[in-house]
Write a protein that binds this ligand. Structure first.
Ligand code: NAD
Length: 349
């Protein structure tokens, strides 16, 4: 039997844990795996592009566990009532190759993206950072905000979205979370005086969400929305004035903000900062950018964390994803005795 965490159980688990404690725990696993960076098998994700979106597979292994995520990115989906990003993932034992956990990863992706952004900001933002601007108030936005609240102490927000319905949804969802939120009339107004700027918009094109004149000294930019070839959010000139930090350069050069730059444009890998091999923020005036695209190890960390959270609880089902013939070579025998085959016990727990 394989453990299965569907959306319903994921929602129950987060409700029982509390989203901020969950984000803090998850961030711990993500940071731990960044510290073990050299152990992991790493490759840019495998992307299948189509005119309106992308479907991607994101595998990695630490030698003991193997994980992968299936994820899509379709910015036009929301116009027809579908989400931009959906995902699921698997965690397997390397020794036997058997999958152990199958999980929803749409909520998990939002959680792990937010936790990764907050971990990066702990090394890259100014220590006195108190105000965050957030441009793009879609699915990812509340998760980003709560991760920055839980891990970076951010309580004051200046927010903007081109769609008033997204803004209304964001404000309703974050009511009662102890935040001071100012809705701005433009992206320019939102970033005014902000110490951290999160861009998390969705459009399959080279957008200019932030232009060079909007960025003052000392700011940390958490650039989340540009994560696909042909999809960026920052004006190129900003990158020339900033120090850029990335997850896995081979993938980020294809998908991140730095796709706008040449192949030799200097970047620093985040894991090197986390292990103390190199410094993140060096001066108060430095502009730092976390060019986030989302890397397979973060999903691996999220699956590992989830596995540990559900162990010994009733927040998972068991499904018969795998055949289990008594004689492992008698697979065919299962077909001649269908009544004896194991049945799914979905929802039975
Ligand atoms: P979403 O479609 O739910 O929300 C996007 C929001 O951006 C919408 O509310 C939209 O109105 C707003 N927007 C679009 N253009 C804008 C503009 N010019 N100014 C202000 N607001 C604008 O999408 P989502 O699930 O929140 O994802 C956002 C982006 O983040 C996507 O591009 C997605 O691919 C990316 N993403 C990145 C990572 C990562 O690890 N880096 C992970 C998940 C999602």
């Amino acid at each position: 039997m394989v453990q299965y965490v569907g959306v319903e159980n994921m929602v129950r688990l987060i409700a029982a844990t509390g989203i901020e404690p969950y984000l803090i725990g998850l961030a711990g696993y993500i940071e731990e795996d960044f510290r073990r960076w050299t152990l992991f098998e790493k490759a840019p994700r495998v992307a299948s592009h189509s005119p309106d979106g992308v479907i991607e597979l994101m595998p990695t292994s630490d030698g003991e566990l193997y994980g992968f995520k299936y994820v899509n990115g379709h910015p036009k989906n929301t116009r027809t009532g579908l989400q931009t990003v959906t995902a699921f993932g698997v965690l397997s034992d390397v020794e036997t190759g058997y999958p152990r956990l199958l999980s929803e990863m749409t909520i998990t992706t939002a959680l792990r993206t937010a936790a990764t952004s907050a971990v990066a900001a702990r090394y890259l933002a100014r220590e006195d950072a108190a105000v965050m601007a957030i441009i793009g108030l879609g699915s990812q936005s509340e998760f980003q905000v709560l991760a920055f609240k839980a891990l970076n102490g951010i309580r004051r927000l200046q927010v903007y979205d081109i769609d008033p319905a997204a803004t209304a949804k964001f404000m309703a969802n974050l009511a009662g979370h102890g935040l001071e939120i100012e809705v701005a009339s433009s992206a320019e107004a939102a970033v005014l005086g902000a110490d951290i700027i999160t861009t998390v918009t969705a459009d399959k094109l080279k957008a200019t969400i932030l232009s060079d004149n909007m960025i003052g000294a000392g700011v940390h930019i958490n650039a989340v929305g540009g994560d696909c070839p042909g999809k960026t959010e920052l004006q190129r000139d900003i990158l020339l004035r900033a120090d850029v930090f990335v997850e896995f350069p081979e993938q980020t050069r294809i998908e991140g903000e730095i796709q706008q730059m040449g192949p030799d444009f200097p970047v620093t890998e985040l894991w090197r900062v986390i292990v103390g091999e190199t410094k993140g923020r060096r001066t108060e005036d430095q502009i730092t950018i976390f060019d986030s695209v989302g890397f397979a190890t973060e999903d691996f960390s999220a699956l590992r964390y989830l596995r540990d959270q559900v162990e010994g609880t009733d927040y998972y089902d068991e499904i018969d994803l795998l055949t289990e013939p008594e004689d492992p070579r008698n697979l065919f025998g299962l077909l001649s005795a269908p009544a004896a085959a194991p049945r799914a016990v979905l929802g039975a727990r």
